[in-house]
Write a protein that binds this ligand. Sequence first.
Ligand SMILES: [Zn+2]
Length: 110
Amino acid sequence: MFWQKSIKFCPKCGAEMDLSSRRCSRCGFEEPFSFQESPLSPKTSNWWYLVVVLFGFFGGIVAWAANRSRDPKKAIHFLILGIILQVLEMIISMLIVFNLVFRVFEGYPK
Ligand SMILES: [Zn+2]
């Protein structure tokens, strides 16, 4: 969903092709021209995902701000991922807190 695959498919036989190669290793089909992203816009590094995973919402904002001008679509992904991770983290910590409170009350003699 969020993750960009580093492979493409041969337009002739459908075999997986490496992004860097223009020639299919199965059928030998050669691309007339590369349909990869334009060299003018450098590829957004997937390392930004690590930043988002490590820093949650804050990381998402940083990754979004750093990439929104050259890759707005991916920048939005970073932002959304950051929010989702932050919400998940909040839910998990709330569950832990509730669990602790529950145990404390459970421990009291009746
Ligand atoms: Zn092929």
